[in-house]
Design a protein around this ligand. Sequence first.
Ligand code: AMP
Ligand code: GLY
Length: 412
Amino acid sequence: MKIAVIGSGGREHAIAWKLNQSNLAEKVFVIPGNGGTEKNISIDVNDFTEIKKFCESNDIELIVVGPEVPLVDGIVDFFKDSSIIVFGPDKVAAQLEGSKIFAKRFMKKYRVATGNFEEFTEINSASKFIVEKGGNCVIKYDGLAAGKGVYVCSSIDEAKKALSDLKQKYGEEFNFLIEEKLVGSELSILGFTDGKNIKLLQPSQDHKQLLDGDKGPNTGGMGAFCPVPFCDSQMLNKIQKKIVEPTMKGIKAEGFNFKGVVYFGLMMTKDGPKVLEYNVRLGDPESEVVLPAFKGDFLKLILSCFDGTLKDFQMEFNNGYFVDVVLTSGGYPKAYKKDIPICGLDEAKELVFHAGTKKEADKFLTNGGRVLNIVAHGETLDNAIENAYEKVNGFYFDDMFFRKDIGRRENY
Ligand code: AMP
Ligand code: GLY
């Protein structure tokens, strides 16, 4: 089977790597890909017409979509009348990620555990609400905002500043939410669904902040690890009962066309697990650890979402732990340099997933803020962390920056 993976990050490198291990995979193209992926096709991920032309003329049978934007914009609907199957939800179901209000209404309707919320369309009534709550709240723009539409506030001043920031971006009237601020540890659970059943990968955590101790500005992810030691079978049972089962009930009842990934972004609060957000695709950098940890045939798992066999699919996982340390360009998430030569990639190394890289005349150059994902395995989480940082020592580029405490969240 010939496959096209859509996207250009570490997640898509990991997806293509895992698909290539399947006996059923004949050729795996990546659109547009990065310096680490092979069979790259230079088409914009949002240019559905060109993607379709390429796929039809190259006998592609399956498209696996990495990022959310093409899904929210309806790439699945675009291929509705084609024989090519697209792994992901259609435009309606993708609103679970694309509209935070849609997602919260869905959770309320199907009694999925989540924090309280109010919907707003204008700033004045929101200002009053914020004062009532003493500023302790989370303000979220309704639509996709590439991680920049969420404000976690601890005071009235902070919340007011968030509102004025939103007003500057979106004008006087726009849809937004104010949510109860949840406190606890975050957890990512990713599952494969056919619209009726779901099979979960191992629980993982990402580190979103730039600096050690989860300090500093938010980024696209500085690292990840899986499984998560505190997430034992008792906790997983609670997550199943309070979150996964009611979500699946809702997806089924709404009749969503959803053959893809449900990503549950959770907060483990003292009152149990609650949903912070849904995503409708694999996470980045979570994929770089949960896909190596998955032992089975990844292509078969995806195909089972289309042919009615997901229900009986046996999920198997490798023993031990996986840790991903992200190497970034100095300055990221603000301005940073590109085109810097990367040392350490000459000899082939397992479990190194490229993100912001490009290959020019057999040399690898930086091409983005998050450059490489250095992943290692270990029998214990400590071993995996040690192995990952030892591996990191084998790489260098000018201004390279990375966190030193990936996987060590229990320390703070
Ligand atoms: P979201 O895009 O909704 O996941 O929000 C991004 C990040 O903001 C999450 O990963 C959390 O760290 C934080 N966050 C979102 N919603 C809440 C909430 N209700 N309470 C506390 N933190 C939140
Ligand atoms: N790691 C967070 C995300 O993929 O949205």
